[in-house]
Design a protein around this ligand. Sequence first.
Ligand code: GLN
Length: 412
Amino acid sequence: MTLAHRLDGIPPTIFTTMSALAVRTGAVNLGQGFPDVDGPVSVLNAAQEAISAGANQYAPGIGIPALRQAVARHQQRHYGLDLDPDTQVLVTTGCTEGIAAALLGLVDPGDEVVVLEPYYDSYVAMIQMAGGVRRPVTLRAPYFRLDADELRAAVTPRTRFVLLNSPHNPTGTVLTRAELQAVADVAIEHDLVVITDEVYEHLTFSDHEHVPISTLPGMFERTLSLSSAGKSYSVTGWKIGWATGPPELVAAVLAAKQWLTFTSGAPLQPAIASALDDEPDWPRALARDLESRRDLLCDGLAALGLDVRRPEGTYFALTDITSLGWRDGMEFCLALPERAGVVAIPTQPFHDSGAGDQLVRWAFCKEADVIEEALKRLAGADLSGSPARPSPRAAPATRGSSPQPRAGSAPG
Ligand code: GLN
């Protein structure tokens, strides 16, 4: 066995597996979350111009000044935060590198990290690679709200971090100010650092408003905020993100980032600076457009007999497949390309507990005719499951309000 112990129990990411399945079977891919229409033309042109103008060698590791200044202006414009672009902003290679560098730069072996479950799969891999121990707090069907008592119960004397994500992938929950205040209260009481992934910050619907936890009283100094341009500007392949917060937290991320990628894509940075400055309303327009596609997908899935959670933000909708006679989302998603020519994402990989065994995630960041084609295929397919039999992970014994970390997540 050649794999290092730090990767014990970490499978290939489900997004790679399911997108490969979609390509292999020719299925409509409502799995991996990437839009099928690119971002603003002015921004795409800006990147091409930057290449022509010679922005092709290493950018500074911390990011080019123009982008750091544009990120600082973005935080001021949207959230009233006043950041020093030289010490409180760091450019990362997407938010995924921000997460990796934050955890490697801040977490010591044995430190416990409280994390919302379902969690984005990179959190698990990176907490483990940093030697940390995850302590999940479950957002449960059907409302997927944060339970402040469960949050408190997850904190132990070894807890040093809360890893937050709002708007939340895959549940679509946008944490309310009251829920965020509960996190803030716990963080302040136990002197925890909050690392928060806010990549869907602009993709919220109706009157659901994204509140950065760093704006709550007493929180800026203990919060590292992560975001990226990929989701807001429909350029997920560009991998330009940023970390913002107090200088010592940002410096810790840079200390690790310099050994990961050293620096992020040079010609893409001025293009994203122009996106933030010159196309400030583009992400909200995208959100309004996404809202109608959300409704198209959710109404269509509900008409098929699925129990749908209409998300408050992100571009994903969760369904409970129990009503079709299935208990296991992984089995369902592996059968779906052949049965219907559609790919979706099972949520088991985002859980320690069995709370997500019957939940399946569908992406609606696709053009309306793609969603319609997927719904047509689903409507014409036999989606009925075998008579319900619990999967091993769904057994009551593995459920619980304070799930234990998987063996592989313990340090050493
Ligand atoms: N964030 C996107 C999703 O949740 C893509 C993830 C990925 O491919 N790593 O689908």
